[in-house]
Design a binder for this molecule. Sequence first.
Ligand SMILES: C[S@@+](CC[C@H](N)C(=O)[O-])C[C@H]1O[C@@H](n2cnc3c(N)ncnc32)[C@H](O)[C@@H]1O
Length: 281
Amino acid sequence: MLSYRHAFHAGNHADVLKHFVLLELLDYYNRKDKPWMYIDTHAGAGCYALDAEQAEKTSEFVDGVARLWDRDDLPAPLEAYVKAVRQFNPHGRLVFYPGSPALAMTVARPQDRLRLFELHPADTVSLQQTFSTEPDRVQVRKADGFSGLRSLLPPPSRRAVVLIDPPYEVKDDYRHAVDTLRDAMRRFPTGTYALWYPLLARPEARQLPERLAALGAESWLDVRLAVKGAPKDGFGMFGSGLFVINPPWVLPERLEAVMPWLVEVLGEDAEAGFDLEHHIE
Ligand SMILES: C[S@@+](CC[C@H](N)C(=O)[O-])C[C@H]1O[C@@H](n2cnc3c(N)ncnc32)[C@H](O)[C@@H]1O
Protein backbone atom coordinates (compact mmCIF):
# COMPACT_ATOMS: atom_id res chain seq x y z
CA MET A 1 0.00 0.00 0.00
CA LEU A 2 1.60 3.24 -1.09
CA SER A 3 -1.02 5.92 -0.59
CA TYR A 4 1.32 8.34 1.19
CA ARG A 5 2.60 11.19 -1.00
CA HIS A 6 4.99 13.61 0.60
CA ALA A 7 3.84 16.37 -1.78
CA PHE A 8 0.85 16.94 0.53
CA HIS A 9 3.14 17.65 3.47
CA ALA A 10 6.21 19.26 1.89
CA GLY A 11 7.62 22.11 3.95
CA ASN A 12 5.40 21.53 7.00
CA HIS A 13 6.63 21.85 10.61
CA ALA A 14 7.91 18.26 10.57
CA ASP A 15 10.00 18.93 7.46
CA VAL A 16 11.43 22.07 9.06
CA LEU A 17 12.64 20.11 12.10
CA LYS A 18 13.89 17.13 10.10
CA HIS A 19 15.61 19.16 7.41
CA PHE A 20 17.43 21.73 9.48
CA VAL A 21 18.80 18.97 11.71
CA LEU A 22 19.83 16.99 8.62
CA LEU A 23 21.80 19.99 7.34
CA GLU A 24 23.41 20.33 10.78
CA LEU A 25 24.57 16.69 10.60
CA LEU A 26 26.02 17.04 7.11
CA ASP A 27 27.62 20.37 7.92
CA TYR A 28 29.45 18.68 10.78
CA TYR A 29 30.60 15.88 8.46
CA ASN A 30 31.92 18.54 6.07
CA ARG A 31 34.44 19.62 8.70
CA LYS A 32 36.66 16.82 7.38
CA ASP A 33 37.65 16.35 3.72
CA LYS A 34 37.13 12.59 3.87
CA PRO A 35 34.07 11.67 1.75
CA TRP A 36 30.74 10.85 3.31
CA MET A 37 27.82 8.86 2.05
CA TYR A 38 24.27 10.10 2.60
CA ILE A 39 21.70 7.31 2.62
CA ASP A 40 18.01 8.21 2.50
CA THR A 41 15.93 5.06 3.06
CA HIS A 42 12.64 6.84 2.24
CA ALA A 43 13.67 9.62 -0.11
CA GLY A 44 10.35 10.93 -1.47
CA ALA A 45 10.12 12.80 -4.78
CA GLY A 46 13.16 15.06 -4.30
CA CYS A 47 11.59 18.46 -4.94
CA TYR A 48 8.02 19.74 -4.62
CA ALA A 49 6.11 22.54 -6.34
CA LEU A 50 4.14 24.25 -3.59
CA ASP A 51 1.62 25.62 -6.07
CA ALA A 52 0.88 22.13 -7.44
CA GLU A 53 -2.51 20.61 -6.72
CA GLN A 54 -1.31 18.25 -3.95
CA ALA A 55 0.62 20.84 -1.94
CA GLU A 56 -2.08 23.49 -2.42
CA LYS A 57 -4.78 21.14 -1.20
CA THR A 58 -3.34 20.99 2.31
CA SER A 59 -1.02 24.04 2.26
CA GLU A 60 0.88 22.57 5.21
CA PHE A 61 3.94 24.61 4.24
CA VAL A 62 2.05 27.77 5.23
CA ASP A 63 2.40 26.77 8.90
CA GLY A 64 5.90 25.42 8.32
CA VAL A 65 8.69 26.83 6.19
CA ALA A 66 6.59 29.85 5.11
CA ARG A 67 6.63 31.14 8.71
CA LEU A 68 10.43 31.32 8.50
CA TRP A 69 10.69 32.68 4.98
CA ASP A 70 10.69 36.43 5.62
CA ARG A 71 12.18 36.46 9.11
CA ASP A 72 15.32 38.48 9.61
CA ASP A 73 16.04 37.06 13.09
CA LEU A 74 16.69 33.42 12.19
CA PRO A 75 19.07 31.58 14.55
CA ALA A 76 22.18 30.37 12.65
CA PRO A 77 21.13 26.75 11.97
CA LEU A 78 17.78 27.91 10.62
CA GLU A 79 19.45 30.59 8.54
CA ALA A 80 21.52 27.88 6.83
CA TYR A 81 18.35 25.85 6.23
CA VAL A 82 16.34 28.75 4.77
CA LYS A 83 19.35 29.72 2.64
CA ALA A 84 19.39 26.17 1.22
CA VAL A 85 15.65 26.36 0.44
CA ARG A 86 16.24 29.74 -1.25
CA GLN A 87 18.58 28.05 -3.75
CA PHE A 88 15.45 26.41 -5.21
CA ASN A 89 13.58 29.72 -5.30
CA PRO A 90 15.95 32.14 -7.04
CA HIS A 91 13.20 34.71 -7.67
CA GLY A 92 12.58 35.17 -3.96
CA ARG A 93 9.05 33.79 -3.74
CA LEU A 94 8.58 30.45 -1.97
CA VAL A 95 7.39 28.22 -4.80
CA PHE A 96 9.55 25.09 -4.58
CA TYR A 97 10.41 23.02 -1.55
CA PRO A 98 13.42 20.69 -1.68
CA GLY A 99 13.04 17.29 -0.03
CA SER A 100 15.75 15.65 2.04
CA PRO A 101 17.85 14.35 -0.91
CA ALA A 102 17.82 17.73 -2.67
CA LEU A 103 18.80 19.49 0.55
CA ALA A 104 21.61 17.00 1.16
CA MET A 105 22.85 17.70 -2.35
CA THR A 106 23.20 21.43 -1.56
CA VAL A 107 26.02 20.63 0.86
CA ALA A 108 27.53 17.58 -0.90
CA ARG A 109 31.07 18.01 -2.20
CA PRO A 110 32.49 16.33 -5.33
CA GLN A 111 33.81 13.44 -3.23
CA ASP A 112 30.50 12.73 -1.43
CA ARG A 113 27.84 10.22 -2.51
CA LEU A 114 24.05 9.99 -2.17
CA ARG A 115 22.19 6.67 -2.11
CA LEU A 116 18.42 7.08 -2.28
CA PHE A 117 15.63 4.54 -1.86
CA GLU A 118 12.02 5.16 -2.83
CA LEU A 119 9.17 2.75 -3.55
CA HIS A 120 6.43 4.91 -5.03
CA PRO A 121 6.68 4.61 -8.85
CA ALA A 122 5.87 8.28 -9.62
CA ASP A 123 8.09 9.65 -6.85
CA THR A 124 10.95 7.40 -7.97
CA VAL A 125 10.69 8.85 -11.48
CA SER A 126 10.73 12.43 -10.09
CA LEU A 127 13.74 11.57 -7.98
CA GLN A 128 15.57 10.06 -10.93
CA GLN A 129 14.81 13.16 -13.00
CA THR A 130 15.99 15.51 -10.24
CA PHE A 131 19.36 13.78 -10.11
CA SER A 132 19.75 12.71 -13.74
CA THR A 133 22.74 15.02 -14.22
CA GLU A 134 24.62 13.45 -11.30
CA PRO A 135 25.00 9.77 -12.22
CA ASP A 136 28.40 9.49 -10.56
CA ARG A 137 27.43 10.94 -7.21
CA VAL A 138 23.78 9.95 -6.83
CA GLN A 139 22.13 6.57 -7.16
CA VAL A 140 18.35 6.21 -6.96
CA ARG A 141 16.92 2.76 -6.31
CA LYS A 142 13.29 1.79 -6.56
CA ALA A 143 13.54 -0.58 -3.63
CA ASP A 144 12.63 -1.05 0.00
CA GLY A 145 14.83 1.30 2.01
CA PHE A 146 14.76 -0.75 5.21
CA SER A 147 16.41 -3.76 3.60
CA GLY A 148 18.33 -1.65 1.05
CA LEU A 149 20.24 0.08 3.84
CA ARG A 150 21.71 -3.25 4.91
CA SER A 151 23.42 -3.71 1.54
CA LEU A 152 25.29 -0.39 1.88
CA LEU A 153 26.79 -0.79 5.34
CA PRO A 154 29.54 -0.21 6.10
CA PRO A 155 30.20 2.38 3.38
CA PRO A 156 33.66 2.46 1.75
CA SER A 157 34.70 5.75 3.40
CA ARG A 158 33.43 4.60 6.82
CA ARG A 159 31.56 7.90 7.12
CA ALA A 160 27.80 8.03 6.61
CA VAL A 161 24.71 9.94 7.59
CA VAL A 162 21.54 7.86 7.26
CA LEU A 163 18.04 9.35 7.29
CA ILE A 164 15.23 6.90 8.02
CA ASP A 165 11.98 8.71 7.29
CA PRO A 166 9.10 6.24 6.83
CA PRO A 167 5.53 7.43 6.26
CA TYR A 168 4.22 5.31 9.19
CA GLU A 169 1.01 4.70 7.25
CA VAL A 170 1.25 1.06 8.34
CA LYS A 171 2.08 0.17 11.93
CA ASP A 172 4.82 -2.22 10.76
CA ASP A 173 6.89 0.86 9.91
CA TYR A 174 7.49 1.39 13.66
CA ARG A 175 8.83 -2.12 14.10
CA HIS A 176 10.85 -2.02 10.86
CA ALA A 177 12.42 1.29 11.89
CA VAL A 178 13.67 -0.08 15.21
CA ASP A 179 14.82 -3.39 13.70
CA THR A 180 16.61 -1.56 10.89
CA LEU A 181 18.45 0.69 13.33
CA ARG A 182 19.49 -2.28 15.45
CA ASP A 183 20.85 -4.10 12.41
CA ALA A 184 22.58 -0.98 11.03
CA MET A 185 24.30 -0.28 14.37
CA ARG A 186 25.69 -3.81 14.33
CA ARG A 187 26.99 -3.55 10.75
CA PHE A 188 28.34 -0.02 11.07
CA PRO A 189 28.44 1.19 14.68
CA THR A 190 30.05 4.59 13.98
CA GLY A 191 27.49 5.83 11.43
CA THR A 192 25.17 8.70 12.22
CA TYR A 193 21.53 7.63 12.01
CA ALA A 194 18.53 9.96 12.18
CA LEU A 195 15.07 8.46 12.54
CA TRP A 196 12.09 10.78 12.09
CA TYR A 197 8.87 9.92 13.92
CA PRO A 198 5.45 11.54 14.36
CA LEU A 199 3.93 12.63 17.66
CA LEU A 200 0.60 10.82 17.64
CA ALA A 201 -1.68 9.27 20.22
CA ARG A 202 -1.49 5.80 18.65
CA PRO A 203 0.22 3.19 20.88
CA GLU A 204 3.02 2.35 18.42
CA ALA A 205 4.06 6.01 18.33
CA ARG A 206 3.92 6.40 22.12
CA GLN A 207 5.98 3.24 22.65
CA LEU A 208 8.64 4.22 20.12
CA PRO A 209 10.91 6.32 22.42
CA GLU A 210 11.12 3.41 24.87
CA ARG A 211 12.01 0.99 22.09
CA LEU A 212 14.64 3.35 20.73
CA ALA A 213 16.20 3.75 24.18
CA ALA A 214 16.33 -0.04 24.45
CA LEU A 215 18.65 -0.15 21.43
CA GLY A 216 21.40 0.78 23.87
CA ALA A 217 23.24 3.29 21.66
CA GLU A 218 26.13 4.90 23.57
CA SER A 219 25.60 8.32 22.00
CA TRP A 220 22.15 9.51 21.09
CA LEU A 221 19.92 12.57 20.97
CA ASP A 222 16.16 12.83 20.88
CA VAL A 223 14.52 16.12 19.93
CA ARG A 224 10.77 16.64 19.76
CA LEU A 225 8.77 19.62 18.58
CA ALA A 226 5.08 19.72 19.51
CA VAL A 227 3.37 22.52 17.59
CA LYS A 228 0.20 22.12 19.67
CA GLY A 229 -1.30 20.07 22.46
CA ALA A 230 -2.30 16.46 21.77
CA PRO A 231 -5.79 16.53 20.17
CA LYS A 232 -8.53 15.68 22.68
CA ASP A 233 -10.15 13.19 20.27
CA GLY A 234 -6.83 11.30 20.00
CA PHE A 235 -6.52 11.82 16.25
CA GLY A 236 -3.91 13.68 14.26
CA MET A 237 -0.23 14.52 14.40
CA PHE A 238 0.65 17.29 16.83
CA GLY A 239 4.37 17.38 16.22
CA SER A 240 7.33 15.18 15.45
CA GLY A 241 10.69 14.05 16.67
CA LEU A 242 14.10 13.00 15.48
CA PHE A 243 16.12 10.32 17.23
CA VAL A 244 19.78 10.61 16.27
CA ILE A 245 22.37 7.95 16.98
CA ASN A 246 25.98 9.20 17.11
CA PRO A 247 25.05 12.88 16.86
CA PRO A 248 27.78 15.53 16.59
CA TRP A 249 28.80 16.69 20.07
CA VAL A 250 27.87 20.27 19.11
CA LEU A 251 24.26 19.37 18.25
CA PRO A 252 22.67 19.69 21.73
CA GLU A 253 24.03 23.22 22.12
CA ARG A 254 22.86 24.19 18.62
CA LEU A 255 19.38 22.83 19.33
CA GLU A 256 19.14 24.55 22.72
CA ALA A 257 19.63 27.80 20.85
CA VAL A 258 17.08 27.07 18.11
CA MET A 259 14.19 25.14 19.64
CA PRO A 260 12.65 27.87 21.84
CA TRP A 261 12.62 30.19 18.82
CA LEU A 262 11.05 27.48 16.69
CA VAL A 263 8.33 26.83 19.27
CA GLU A 264 7.48 30.51 19.28
CA VAL A 265 7.33 30.76 15.49
CA LEU A 266 5.74 27.40 14.62
CA GLY A 267 3.61 26.94 17.75
CA GLU A 268 -0.13 26.81 17.08
CA ASP A 269 -1.43 26.94 20.66
CA ALA A 270 -0.26 27.47 24.21
CA GLU A 271 0.70 23.80 24.60
CA ALA A 272 3.38 23.99 21.90
CA GLY A 273 6.81 23.07 23.23
CA PHE A 274 9.96 21.06 22.74
CA ASP A 275 11.89 18.29 24.48
CA LEU A 276 15.55 17.64 24.10
CA GLU A 277 17.31 14.66 25.65
CA HIS A 278 20.78 13.42 24.88
CA HIS A 279 23.64 11.32 26.04
CA ILE A 280 26.86 11.82 24.13
CA GLU A 281 29.97 9.79 25.00
C1 LIG B 1 7.99 10.92 4.61
S1 LIG B 1 8.21 10.57 2.93
C2 LIG B 1 9.88 10.95 2.63
C3 LIG B 1 10.24 12.39 2.67
C4 LIG B 1 11.68 12.71 2.43
N1 LIG B 1 12.57 11.87 3.22
C5 LIG B 1 11.95 14.15 2.74
O1 LIG B 1 12.28 14.46 3.91
O2 LIG B 1 11.87 14.99 1.84
C6 LIG B 1 8.25 8.81 2.90
C7 LIG B 1 8.48 8.21 1.53
O3 LIG B 1 8.77 6.83 1.70
C8 LIG B 1 8.25 6.10 0.60
N2 LIG B 1 8.21 4.70 1.05
C9 LIG B 1 7.24 4.06 1.76
N3 LIG B 1 7.66 2.84 2.11
C10 LIG B 1 8.93 2.71 1.65
C11 LIG B 1 9.92 1.69 1.73
N4 LIG B 1 9.68 0.54 2.41
N5 LIG B 1 11.12 1.89 1.13
C12 LIG B 1 11.37 3.05 0.47
N6 LIG B 1 10.49 4.05 0.36
C13 LIG B 1 9.28 3.89 0.95
C14 LIG B 1 6.95 6.78 0.32
O4 LIG B 1 6.52 6.55 -1.02
C15 LIG B 1 7.29 8.26 0.59
O5 LIG B 1 7.68 8.91 -0.60
